[in-house]
Each structure stands twice: as C-alpha cells, then as structure tokens.
Design a protein around this ligand. Structure first.
Ligand code: OAD
Length: 247
C-alpha cells in the first residue's frame, strides 16, 4: 500500500514539475546525507546536534570562548566535505533540470554536481571571513584547512563564513530567496526538518501564494503535512525520478 501511494504521489508531482517553467529547490542537510555528511537532527539520535553542543561550536559566543575548538571541529567537517562525492540528488538538481537552488547547506556538493548560482542561506564552509566583519574573506582549501589565524587586514581572528545561531542571514540572499519562492511555479523542499527560522518560513511564503509545494524527505515532517504533495523517500532516489523528463 505504501509503495502504491508513493507511485501516485510521485506521478502527480512529476506532472507538476514537468509543466513548470520556474522550479525552486529548497534543500537541507538530508540532501547531502547520502554523500556521508551528517544531518543535524535525525530520528535515530545520530544528528550532529545530538552529539555536539551548538552553543559551543556554532555561535559567535562559542567562537570567542574557544576559537581553536571551533576551528578544529570545522577542520574535520571541511575535510569530510572535501572527501565526499555529490550523490544522485545533487546531480538531479543541476542546471539541466531548470532548477533555482536555495540551500541551507554550507557544503559545496550542489556546485560540484554542476549547479550554478546556488543561494547558501546559511553561508559557505568553503570560505573564511574576518570575525570583526572588516570585509576580508577568502576561499579555503577544504582538503587542507588551516587552523586559527589572524585576519591580514585587521588582525582579528578569521572564522568560517557560515551563519551561526543568533546571527542574521545575508539580507540580499533572503530577499532573493523569498522572491523566488513567491514567483516560482513549484517549490520542491528536500531533506530539511523545517525547524530553523527564518529559512523554514520559505515554505509558508510559497503556500501563501498558492505555489504548488512538494516535500521530499526520508521521514514525515510538519512542512510535509502542509504541502500539496509529501513524498517520503531518500533524496537520491526520489529526485532523479521527480526531475527527469523535461517539459
Ligand atoms: P536537519 O538535520 O534538521 O534535517 C534533516 C532532514 O533530512 C530530517 O528531516 C531527515 O529526516 C531528512 N533526511 C535525512 N536523510 C535524508 C535523505 N537521504 N533524503 C531525504 N531526507 C533525508 O537539517 P536542516 O533542516 O538542513 O544551520 O537544518 C537546518 C539548519 O540547522 C542547518 O542549516 C544548520 C542547523 O543548525 C546552520 O548551520 C546555521
């Protein structure tokens, strides 16, 4: 019965996507899970925030208290991302499929799968920036990340160019993301628990405009319940089926 339902939902969703001109994909950690990058919250208690304290590792206050600890943790994450390979979900979201990508993920797996102009709402682990916001930023070698070092412009510590708890999103990225979700023909929400705001509000933005919304997640979520179609399944399996076929 469950398999039958999945086929029906997938067929309906494919038809919406097939006829859409503008498709927005809003992704979260579940998209990269099958590339070996841990999610933050998982039913099995194996999420990153089940094992580590976000206040120590993902807040400006945590960085001020122990910058070396934070950078050690990011060093491990960066090396893991460098060694990871994009999965079939990332590939399905590449430009050939007419998709505008908005992601909460700080990894670069969408770009490495061929996607261009990805909006990273929570920043990118591929860059460091000055912690005092003097304006300095630089690309980092994910395979060989450096430890704690001073900003060459102002002498303050450099930190990963990601959005930590308590920090605001880049206003231009947010404006673009909201506009895309308001104006698209279909919003596909992939692999996110939908618990971190304001990013999670994008689903509400689309629903308020009656934009058809499809949620693809390995478990049921709140966003899935309010969406037009909820497909429970792995991103690497569902997305190639959903996005193949063209118009
Ligand atoms: P979460 O870890 O909160 O949610 C990941 C979701 O993906 C869960 O609902 C899983 O069930 C689902 N999932 C796991 N594997 C999957 C798969 N193979 N296919 C499809 N779905 C799968 O991650 P996010 O919602 O992205 O913020 O978390 C949002 C933010 O919280 C992150 O960007 C991060 C974190 O704190 C910052 O770093 C600022």
């Amino acid at each position: 019965m469950a398999a039958l339902c999945l086929i029906r939902e997938l067929t309906e969703a494919r038809e919406i996507v097939r006829t859409a001109r503008a498709i927005v994909a809003f992704s979260g950690a579940g998209l990269s899970a099958e590339s070996g990058i841990s999610t933050f919250r998982d039913a099995g208690g194996q999420g990153i925030w089940d094992r580590y304290d976000p206040q120590k590792l993902a807040s400006a206050q945590g960085f001020r208290s122990d910058p070396a600890l934070v950078l050690d943790w990011y060093r491990e994450r960066r090396m893991r991302i460098a060694a990871a390979v994009p999965n079939a979900g990332h590939v399905a979201l590449s430009p050939a499929s007419r998709v505008v990508n908005i992601t909460q993920n700080v990894d670069n797996l969408l770009e490495r799968a061929g996607a261009q102009e990805v909006t990273h709402l929570h920043g990118s682990i591929t860059r460091d920036r000055c912690s005092s916001r003097c304006g300095f930023s630089e690309e980092v070698d994910l395979a060989n990340p450096l430890g704690l070092r001073a900003c060459p412009r102002c002498g303050q510590h450099l930190r990963p160019d990601v959005v930590w708890f308590g920090e605001t999103l880049d206003p231009m990225d947010w404006e673009d993301a909201e506009k895309s979700c308001r104006e698209c023909d279909v919003l596909v929400v992939i692999g996110t628990s939908g618990t971190v705001f304001p990013a999670a509000e994008l689903v509400g933005v689309a629903l308020a405009r009656r934009v058809p919304t499809i949620v693809v997640n390995s478990e049921r979520t709140g966003a899935g319940r309010s969406a037009d179609i909820e497909i429970v399944g792995k991103a690497s399996v569902v997305l190639p089926q959903l996005l193949s076929g063209g118009r």
